[in-house]
Design a binder for this molecule. Structure first.
Ligand code: CA
Length: 247
């Protein structure tokens, strides 16, 4: 009986012959980046690492990764500047970004989310938690590509229209520039206008149930979504519960 000697160990991803998902880490703490890279490779990811914002940005533009892990405090160009540049470029505007930062102040989270970060982990964090977040982001990213029945591809309520197949949202026929999280949040509420959703339900729909996030994270995403909807009244706050889309 022949014994397979190569490859010795394969992740489930590799067994299916799927293309490896690429993760770009922009982080100046070498030890942390190496530990992350080691764990991600073990899970079957291809990992590239940049020590500063400028190099990381060049790598992201050259070949956008599937997920970007972005440190905020970087030498030279900081993480928020990197994120702003990424969102301003057509190639990387929808790139899933998880911010890694020692900063735990809520204001920093607000800045990160308002610039279009999809998730945020505060150092020190466990690799397991980060891996769950990455997987949750990928699940969300893959969902819009699932086959949809013809009459469920376009959702339209009032001034908002969502094309689920093309993963595009429009406000008064003008395309909205939404992060993947904001898109799923809007899609969730738009699917049942007038229904009050709890923060927990909105988190599960938009961030994924594998994510361990504070419930106020949803408030931050709602805040940026309301700004992009140009009408605060479209998303109503349901006191003591969560949010609903105006009927
Ligand atoms: Ca740093």
């Amino acid at each position: 009986m022949g014994e397979a000697v190569f490859p010795p160990m394969q992740s489930p991803q590799a067994e299916q012959g799927a293309k490896k998902e690429r993760v770009l880490i922009i982080e100046d703490e070498t030890a942390l980046a190496e530990a992350l890279a080691y764990n991600l490779r073990r899970e079957g990811y291809e990992v590239i690492h940049a020590l500063n914002g400028k190099t990381g940005l060049a790598l992201a533009f050259a070949e956008p990764p599937d997920v970007l892990l972005l440190d905020l405090m970087l030498p030279g160009m900081n993480g928020t500047e990197v994120l702003r540049e990424l969102r301003a470029n057509e190639k990387t505007q929808h790139l899933p970004v998880i911010i890694l930062s020692a900063k735990s102040e809520e204001t920093d989270q607000v800045v990160g989310f308002s610039l279009g970060a999809d998730d945020y982990v505060t150092k020190p964090f466990s690799v397991k938690v980060l891996l769950e977040r990455i997987k949750a982001l990928q699940r969300r990213k893959s969902q819009p590509n699932e086959p949809a029945t013809p009459d469920s591809t376009i959702l339209e309520r009032g001034p908002i229209r969502i094309d689920q197949v093309r993963h595009r949202a429009f406000l008064e026929n003008k395309e909205m520039d939404l992060t993947p999280t904001e898109f799923r949040l809007l899609l969730c509420m738009l699917s049942q206008p007038g229904r009050a959703f709890t923060r927990r339900q909105l988190m599960e729909a938009s961030i994924g149930d594998g994510a361990i996030v504070l419930e106020r994270t949803i408030d931050v995403h709602i805040k940026t979504l309301r700004r992009k909807l140009e009408d605060d009244a479209l998303v109503e706050t349901v006191r003591g519960v969560g949010y609903r889309l105006k009927e």
